[in-house]
Design a protein around this ligand. Structure first.
Ligand code: MG
Length: 347
């Protein structure tokens, strides 16, 4: 079975990641009789407790009470879907893209980017969800042993974050594999689209408010936009299949679509992500996270050993513990501990 799978991996694009040419795992392991290495990574990530907690973590709208808002879990699944479509179309390694997509946001704390900002203020070394995703998978899960994932999976997760000005800006690093580049762009393709849906749902914008160029180039429904974006990426990145004799292919949009996406993203920053009422909720989430961090930094004996390493500095342990919490667990705990911010937060 494995020989058959290994032979199928050889049929991928010459630029695809392969187990055979990988930098491998921190600790070498015997191959599985049934699965290739990136399949094993995907399965390990899927079976973690941190992955399950994504269902109660904020994507953009904080602790949403209504069922149709996107959560970190459904966002993650949409990123995996987009990344798999693109990698399969380009004959790249779909298993690697899926593994990295499933893990890319696993280090997000409660209340989305508000929680991230709060922990960044609390820790002397700062806090970034992409680095925390790597830390959760590489160190904290599996009783402090980590999952011993492949180098390329961890690299794609670490470098999945994007700078505000451009999806392909070098901010947070360029992934070592094309599959990692696919996950980076798939994240933006997914969130721009589902965040539009959520913002309309929340009454912040109407579909007709979207910038003209975006509506003209990408279409006027979620399905049309997703299809336009994915199709454009595949066409613009076609040398990644090995066709055309390009020595160093990259994953890209066409210039016209890139401009439309960046304009759409900037629109979302101004009208949704940084909007006053969104910010007010975010500030509240931040104060709850800071309250919890300070509580556990003062009482490290209360930190569960399952979510931190005993030998780490107290601040690091408190941040690891609090960042693992779901929105609702963090709120409930903060209420029990008498955090005034949490007490009058109606969700
Ligand atoms: Mg994401």
């Amino acid at each position: 079975m494995r020989r058959r799978l290994e032979a199928s991996e050889e049929l991928l694009s010459p630029f695809a990641a392969r187990g055979r040419t990988s930098k491998g795992r921190r600790e070498p392991e015997e191959p599985s009789p049934l699965r290739l290495e990136y399949q094993r990574d995907r399965d390990r990530i899927l079976h973690t407790k941190a992955f399950r907690r994504l269902k109660h973590k904020t994507q953009v709208f904080i602790a949403p009470a209504l069922d149709h808002y996107v959560t970190r879990l459904t966002h993650t699944l949409e990123v995996a879907q987009v990344a798999r479509t693109i990698t399969r179309a380009l004959n790249l390694n779909e298993d690697l893209a899926e593994a990295a997509a499933l893990g890319h946001d696993i280090g997000h704390g409660p209340f989305g980017h508000a929680g991230e900002e709060a922990l960044a203020e609390c820790l002397p070394e700062g806090f970034r969800h992409n680095y925390q995703s790597v830390r959760v998978l590489n160190v904290l899960e599996n009783g402090g042993q980590g999952l011993n994932l492949m180098y390329e999976t961890l690299d794609a997760i670490e470098k999945s974050s994007k700078a505000r000005e451009d999806i392909f800006a070098v901010g947070w690093g360029v992934p070592a594999t094309l599959e990692g580049q696919v996950v980076k762009v798939a994240d933006a393709v997914a969130y721009v689209n589902h965040d539009i849906g959520d913002a309309v749902r929340a009454g912040l914008i109407r579909e007709s408010d979207l910038p003209d160029a975006a509506r003209r180039v990408l279409g006027t429904s979620k399905g049309a936009r997703l299809n336009a974006l994915v199709t454009d990426i595949v066409a613009a990145s076609w040398p990644a299949t090995g066709a055309g004799g390009v020595a160093l292919p990259v994953i890209a949009f066409s210039p016209e679509v890139a401009a439309a996406v960046n304009e759409l993203r900037e629109f979302m920053f101004q009208r949704v992500y940084l909007y006053d009422s969104t910010r007010k909720e975010a500030e509240r989430g931040k104060r709850v996270v800071i309250f919890l961090f300070e509580h556990f930094a003062r009482h490290p004996e209360l930190i569960s050993p399952d979510y931190s390493l005993a030998g780490d500095p107290v601040e690091r342990r408190a941040a690891d513990y609090v960042s693992g919490m779901t929105d609702r667990y963090a709120l409930r705990l903060a209420r029990e501990l008498g955090c005034s911010e949490a007490l009058d937060w109606v969700t």
